[in-house]
Design a protein around this ligand. Structure first.
Ligand code: ACM
Length: 622
């Protein structure tokens, strides 16, 4: 047992011809000298192995996992070892991009935890990360109606004492939603407003709500519209209870409402960090409160394969876990201890059923053929045994792409998607297709002579045919179009690299969801300040900037017919601390939800800023 190990870090940006410096200092604060040890750390940034370290020797780098040795290998008691990294993948702009967890591997092969001090700008004192909930500034509710997303048409008169709740079916979908989101609030109460749910010839998600004389009627074409009408009443009720000075529960109310866009999505990366099923259930409920109707579940990536595939038990036995000595090393803020998890078929089916009750289709993603380091670590026989060289993904994983020239590859991929088709009944199945390295498979004898884009397109063509035959719509990141892999019929692409990505895809005939990293990747920081958490590779986006981004404005008139909607994406690399998750995701998630639901002319930043205070944030102190 070794106590008193501490890692400090400073970031010095480039200055003139002087390259940037990341200076790390391991302090041995204990009474025992250390010999023959190595230091390992994980975080978000990746160092460049082509550049030597100063005063340290690089032993291993797999993405953001780094193992180094101290020259001479001996650190005396109460002594420190300082070394410098000169080259990393992107300049650091926030503390959360640097090392988050560290440990030593001792001479006897055991490990010892190292406490990590958050990285600070060079020459400054240790600081405090900003971890509180983000709030939109400058809000005002002129009419006292705290509704998010804002409806298409609303007329409210007068004000009454907020009722004790809504008198609705205690076994119904709305009651189930409230039980998950607001268990202590009694929003469903037999002494509350009677709510009649009526059928009407309206589109699936539209609703007409009338409230007068203490009674409510909600007319809708289907269950989503009924749910949305009840949520609208409950939003007014909660806000009027919480802040009677600025919010009102009207005496008479008419809302006629329908969404601007059919696809109002949220993506969650459950590969980089594991989210237990009960946390996902609360998250799905939160999406419903925002009238989001697509939950894009990113189930696999380089760091983990998260769903059980009975024919390939190793896939999750090995591929869902990372840690010291495992097939997948510690990564992204986890240390030596085994870390991870996988979803069973029953757990996923329960989430699909829950989402369905709340008007949400779960869109499952297996990301192929790139982003498959975990699958290949679990099933190494999927590699070409003759492959000699190394290629690196943008996230610095070696040889991370399923090789289409390996005969066992297609049966594996078909089995994986076959399982998805069984578990997820929704129309859309996502095949990934992003970020395959251009030089993938170049040293694979089986693949010789065929370029990566052509090989990738072949796999995607095959999957597209399989999904079409099953009556599904092939969904993919924008790279799915490369080389004619996924053709426009029965396909939908998510335009992520920039706002400019979407219009050419639409012009080529694809249905397109707009999700530009610069505004809709909610893992990007809110602000350029160092002590803000978040990624910076696509810049930063304030709540207001995310709210004000207008997807329709990207398209010249007449071309918006292919605009299916909008989606925010929550990539989890830096989200191992749920305080960081909450700060980055809320209320920007509601900002995207309002853009998806509300016509541009009816959006209003000041109103949104005030009303978004009342939206649920799962896990936050009430
Ligand atoms: C992506 O961000 N690689 C879709």
């Amino acid at each position: 047992m070794t106590a008193g190990l501490h890692l400090a870090q400073e970031w010095w940006p480039a200055e003139g011809a002087e390259p940037p410096r990341w200076v790390l200092t391991l302090e041995n604060r204990g009474d025992t000298a250390l010999e023959g040890f190595t230091l390992c750390w994980t975080g978000h940034c990746k160092l460049d192995p082509a550049h030597p370290l100063e005063n340290a020797q690089l032993l291993r780098r797999v993405s953001n996992f780094t193992e180094v040795a101290m020259p001479g290998g001996a650190l005396a008691a109460r002594a420190a070892w300082r070394f410098t990294v000169r080259a990393i993948n992107v300049p650091l702009r926030h503390w959360s991009e640097a090392a988050q967890a560290a440990y030593l591997v001792l001479a006897d092969g055991t490990t010892a935890d190292v406490t990590v001090e958050l990285c600070r700008p060079g020459g400054t004192a240790p600081g405090t990360p900003v971890l509180g909930l983000a709030q939109a500034e400058g809000g005002r509710l002129d009419d006292g109606l705290a509704l998010v997303p804002w409806p298409h048409h609303v007329v409210a008169e007068g004000a009454t004492t907020p009722p004790p709740g809504l008198s609705v079916n205690p076994e119904g979908d709305f009651a189930a939603l409230c039980a998950l989101l607001f268990p202590g609030e009694q929003l469903v109460d037999p002494a509350g407003i009677p709510v009649a749910l009526e059928s009407a010839d309206l589109p699936e998600e539209a609703y007409h709500l009338h409230f007068a004389g203490g009674q409510a009627r909600i007319a809708a074409g289907g269950p989503s519209g009924h749910l949305y009408g009840q949520i609208a009443l409950a939003q007014l009720l909660r806000a009027a209870r919480a802040d009677p000075a600025s919010c009102r529960f009207p005496a008479r109310l008419t809302i006629e409402d329908a969404p601007e866009h059919g696809w109002r999505g949220t993506h969650l990366d459950v590969a980089r960090q594991y989210y237990p099923p009960d946390e996902l259930a609360r998250f799905i409920a939160t999406l419903a409160w925002n009238r989001i109707n697509r939950f894009h579940l990113h189930l696999t990536d380089d760091e983990a394969w998260r769903f059980e595939l009975p024919a390939y038990p190793e896939l999750t036995a090995r591929g869902a876990w990372r840690g010291h000595g495992l097939a997948i090393p510690p990564l992204l803020g986890s240390g030596a201890a085994r870390h991870g998890g996988a979803y069973s078929r029953a757990e996923l089916a329960a989430l699909v059923a829950l989402a369905g009750r709340f008007g949400i289709t779960v869109v499952p993603e297996i990301d192929v053929p790139g982003h498959c380091f975990a699958a290949l670590a679990a099933l190494p026989w999927l590699r070409d045994p003759g492959e000699t060289g190394e290629y690196w993904s943008i996230q610095a994983f070696p040889n991370n792409s399923l090789n289409p020239a390996v005969p066992a590859m297609l049966p594996f991929v078909e089995a994986a998607f076959g399982e998805l088709l069984d578990i997820f009944p929704g129309k859309w199945v996502h095949v990934g297709a992003d970020e395959v390295p251009h030089d993938a498979w170049t040293t694979s004898p089986l693949a010789t002579g065929r370029a990566a884009p052509a090989l990738q397109a072949g796999v995607l063509r095959h999957l597209h045919a399989m999904l079409r035959a099953a009556g599904r719509v092939t969904t993919a990141w924008e790279e799915g179009s490369l080389g004619g892999g996924i053709t426009p019929e029965a396909a939908l692409l998510i335009a992520w690299q920039s706002p400019a990505s979407a219009p050419p895809l639409a012009a080529a005939g694809y249905d397109v969801v707009v999700a530009p990293a610069q505004h809709y990747y909610l893992n990007m920081a809110l602000d350029p300040g160092w002590w803000e958490p978040g990624a910076s590779w696509a810049g930063w986006s304030s709540i207001a900037a995310t709210y004000q981004f207008d997807p329709a404005a990207l398209f010249t008139s007449g071309a918006t017919g292919r605009l299916a909607g909008v989606q925010c994406c929550i990539w989890s690399e830096q989200l191992h601390d749920r305080r960081v998750f909450r700060r980055l995701v809320f209320p920007r998630l509601s900002a995207v939800a309002e853009t998806g639901w509300t016509a541009p002319a009816r959006k209003d930043w000041r109103r949104f800023a005030a009303a978004s205070r009342f939206m649920p944030v799962p896990g936050a102190a009430l």
